[in-house]
Design a binder for this molecule. Structure first.
Ligand SMILES: *Cc1c(COP(=O)(O)O)cnc(C)c1O
Length: 412
């Protein structure tokens, strides 16, 4: 059974202060998980997690992760600005963008971030707009299908990202000619993967490629960036990735491939988003309507504008009706928001306890790619974000939008 990180009693107090809907984050869970990741990779001297800001772009969350030793992975101008405001500097910032505007590269260079190039044409573009740094990373796209034990995990051949294998060799040579001294190598081949084998398989591919590139070009490779992609168990029957087994799998590949090639000083970087925050956030809403037509509907005060994943990907998010955890799940509902879009459903044909108007509903695992994907369709406003702190108190870390915010960009 999936349990919320907050009790009904706690939540009753929280909603007196902050009206629903809001996203609630669990500081204790975030910190403990970040420490486990760090420990799992402690065998690697230079290990660093660069939290993918796009997953949860909130300065308070970034500050917590900074205190746990994380850097940040940014992909846009405003994400860079936020990182800088929080106090990340230089190589604490990874800039992994694509289709990158000139202004973004200029800012990335100005804050002296590490830059992860998405395309071979960006070598000349970056040189022209902001100059090349001494250390640069290139993103690899091996094409085809990415498989583990013959199971297709994803299809990089269909993905817009990265350099081809031939372009990596050509790009490294070109960058060396232009004075670049140190290199990183990056790839993101499958997302939301809870299999412990994902990172080790990706690591093997990147380690082998790094050895080849070193032999072909003489490049000094200082880090390998395993990117994001470690998944979380959205469904109650799924098991979380065992991060210690993942770290150990990557260590073995490192010993097998990099060490014999004389590359035993390579740092391992990660750019996890979902794994770092997903389970440590939830969307808290109130049941405000019940409707019985061809199906039974429960309408919430939250909608897809607060959590887009079910509408966009058909993603499963577990739902707890607070205070009714142990009641029989003998009612089938579609749980919906109020957008004029029939895909605005948090759950379809879900067996739940009988829901009464006013019940508090917790939608699980919204800590990453939850609030962040919000939008203003139908004039719906973005919700607040609240932090449940380690000491049990709460802090408003983003206020809810008001109609004034909605109208602020209009000229009339
Ligand atoms: C989205 C993204 C991540 C984080 O992905 P998760 O699935 O949240 O771990 C990391 N790196 C890059 C370049 C990304 O685009």
């Amino acid at each position: 059974m999936k349990k919320p990180f907050v009790t009904l009693e706690q939540l009753g107090e929280i909603v007196k202060k902050y009206p629903t809907p809001f996203h609630l984050y669990d500081e204790k869970g975030i910190r403990e998980n970040a420490r486990r990741l760090k420990e799992a990779f402690s065998w690697n001297k230079g290990f660093k997690e660069y939290f993918a800001v796009k997953a949860t772009p909130n300065p308070t969350i970034l500050q917590i992760l900074k205190e746990e030793g994380c850097g940040v992975d940014c992909s846009s101008y405003t994400e860079l600005l936020m990182a800088e405001k929080v106090g990340f500097h230089g190589d604490e910032i990874m800039f992994s963008s694509n289709v990158t505007p000139k202004e973004d590269f200029e800012l990335a260079r100005k804050v002296n971030s590490l830059i992860n190039l998405d395309d071979i044409s960006h070598i000349d573009f970056l040189e022209k707009v902001a100059g090349l740094p001494e250390t640069i990373c290139c993103r690899y796209n091996p094409g085809g299908a990415f498989t583990i034990d013959n199971a297709i995990m994803d299809t990089p051949g269909e993905a817009k990202y990265g350099f081809t294998r031939e372009q990596l060799t050509e790009g490294f040579k070109k960058l060396m000619d232009k004075g670049v001294k140190h290199f990183g190598l990056h790839a993101f081949l499958a997302s939301n993967t809870i299999a412990n084998e994902y990172y080790p398989a990706l690591a093997k591919l990147l380690f082998k490629t790094a050895v080849e590139l070193k032999n072909e070009t003489g490049a000094h490779i200082t880090f390998i960036n395993l990117s994001g992609g470690i998944g979380i168990p959205y469904r109650p029957e799924e098991k979380p990735a065992d991060i210690y087994a993942v770290g150990e799998g990557v260590r073995k590949a490192y010993e097998e491939i990099l060490v014999p090639a004389g590359m035993d000083d390579v740092s391992i970087y990660t750019e996890l988003g979902r794994f770092m925050l997903g389970p440590y956030g939830c969307l808290v809403a109130t049941a405000i309507h019940e409707k019985k037509i061809h199906k039974n509907y429960i309408g919430l005060d939250a909608c897809a504008a607060n959590l887009m994943r079910p509408a966009m990907y058909g993603a499963y998010h577990h739902i707890t009706v607070m205070g009714k955890e142990n009641a029989p799940h003998d009612h089938m509902y579609d749980v919906t928001g109020g957008l004029c879009e029939n895909n605005d459903k948090f759950a379809i044909d879900r067996m739940l306890p009988k829901i009464d108007i006013g019940d508090l509903i917790v939608i699980h695992d919204t800590g990453a790619h939850g609030f962040a994907m919000g939008y203003n369709y139908n004039g719906k406003l973005r919700s607040a974000e609240v932090l449940l702190k380690t000491d049990g108190t709460t802090q408003l870390i983003r206020r809810a939008e008001t109609p004034e915010d909605y109208f602020a960009t209009l000229n009339f």
